[in-house]
Design a protein around this ligand. Structure first.
Ligand code: UD1
Length: 419
């Protein structure tokens, strides 16, 4: 079991380049299934979930190779239709394989997806949408789904909620469908736009991503050799922004557009952090540690404040002067890490989806357990800003979303090592 040992109280200074986005690369890798040609995907972060997706593609018979930051998928032979349970159960994104595999070969066996323990995370919208497009889905024994379709039929789908995964699944299913599919109340996240851009490169007629309505005109077949570079990770960028807010210091983040992190920047400014746009891809974050509470923060789908930044913000606010209120509207159970912050001296009360954070003067180092990805990042932020030494166990959760986290943080002055 890997753990981080962190000596808190060091300001961060320097420059960090933001790697490719996990939540963009996973659906794009799933989309390579649709392509009989060769897809070269650049800027792929080296993360556990990405490795799992590579293994899934290989298990389906595709030829997959990694070459530094690129993943090359040759889509000629798709010889299997069962996703090994041991792989699908590791991450939430495995569910988007349904749309792609069914679209290409008409049958899939897949277990319910895994991922972070942050609420029930049902897949009802995925299933009802694919059924509306013509799929027959049976829940076999032990949570294995068996799905079949002759060819998806283009149709109009109104989502009850702008689910990121359901939007991606329908987009993938629609690429090889008969006729036009229209998704209304679609998710608007930048990762959805990235998936659209990739599909357009493949020659799919698709438009509207980034708005609430996406149109896709299905094709008979896709066979194209393409090279595509994945967008940078806005949540990794936001996490480094939160790190410097909490520790004090000055960081320049490179390779990241401002727009996808604008809600994070807006709230950090309200907290008293300075954020300066240096040019279209670089920004400087400065914190003198005079942090102020924020009256209310509510998580919501993009372009609102992302739920994936909620834990990191609670860490920052735990040392801000005054009382902040955070309302989690996306997931039901995303405060698992709070108990750990309280061990460090944070004053936080959680009732259902609401956390009330009374800022304290200092946090102190403690023995901690990371129980999920962003919660683990939040504990790292708290430990970096605390007095004394902290040990964070179970950092494999953090490894699912942050490439070489401790190395990047060490490069900019943090005292953090892995054991
Ligand atoms: C994606 C992101 C995750 C992020 C989340 C919200 C990936 C791999 N993960 O997750 O990091 O936190 O978006 O921005 O991209 N829901 C249902 N039924 C469904 C589908 C979803 O009730 O069929 C609910 C979920 O339980 C949750 C909400 O809708 O409460 C949002 O989920 P969704 O947008 O689908 O998130 P994911 O795609 O799982």
């Amino acid at each position: 079991m890997n753990r981080f040992i962190i000596e808190g109280g060091n300001r961060l200074h320097g420059e960090l380049r933001i790697p490719g986005a996990k939540n963009a690369v996973l659906p794009i890798l799933a989309a390579t299934i649709l392509n009989r040609g060769t897809s070269i995907i650049k800027n792929c972060p080296n993360l556990e979930d990405v490795k799992t997706m590579q293994e899934i593609l290989s298990s389906l018979g595709l030829e997959v190779q990694r070459d530094n930051q690129s993943i090359i998928v040759c889509g000629k032979n798709l010889s299997a239709n069962a996703i090994p349970e041991s792989l699908a159960g590791k991450m939430r994104s495995s569910i988007v394989l349904m749309g792609a595999v069914l679209g290409r070969i008409g049958e899939i066996y897949i277990s319910y997806p895994g991922g972070c323990a942050i609420g029930p995370r049902p897949i009802d919208m995925h299933l009802s949408s694919l059924r509306k497009m013509g799929a027959e889905i049976d829940d076999l024994y032990k949570g294995i789904l068996h799905c079949k379709v002759k060819r998806f039929q283009g149709t109009e789908i109104l989502l009850d909620y702008p689910s990121v995964g359901a939007t991606e699944n329908i987009m993938l299913a629609a690429c090889l469908a008969d006729g036009e599919t229209i998704i209304r109340n679609a998710a608007k996240e930048p990762e959805i736009v990235d998936l659209q851009n990739f599909l357009q490169e493949l020659g799919v007629e698709i438009y509207g991503a980034g708005t609430g309505v996406i149109h896709i005109n299905g094709r008979r077949e896709i066979e194209k050799d393409i090279t595509y570079s994945v967008i940078p990770d806005r949540i990794v960028a936001g996490t480094y922004m939160a790190c410097v807010a909490a520790t004090g210091g000055e960081l320049v983040l490179t390779g990241i557009d401002y727009e996808p992190v604008s809600s994070i920047a807006y709230l950090l400014r309200n907290c008293g952090v300075s954020i300066e746009r240096l040019n279209s891809k670089n920004m400087r974050i400065k914190s003198d540690l005079n942090l102020k509470a924020i009256e209310v923060i509510r998580t919501s789908p993009y372009p609102g404040f992302p739920t994936d930044m909620q834990p990191q913000f609670v860490s920052v606010l735990s040392k801000a002067s005054g009382t902040s209120v955070v309302i989690e509207t996306v997931f039901e159970n995303r405060y698992g890490y709070v108990e750990q912050l309280m061990r460090m001296g944070a004053d936080i009360t959680v009732r259902e989806r609401v956390a009330v954070i009374k800022g304290v003067k200092r946090l102190t180092g403690a023995f901690l357990d990371a129980s999920d990805l962003r919660g683990g990042a939040a504990l790292t932020i708290a430990a970096l800003s605390a007095e004394g030494t902290s040990i964070i166990n179970n950092v494999m959760h953090i490894d699912r979303g942050y490439e070489a986290f401790e190395k990047s943080l060490s490069m900019v002055g943090a005292k953090i090592k892995r054991e």
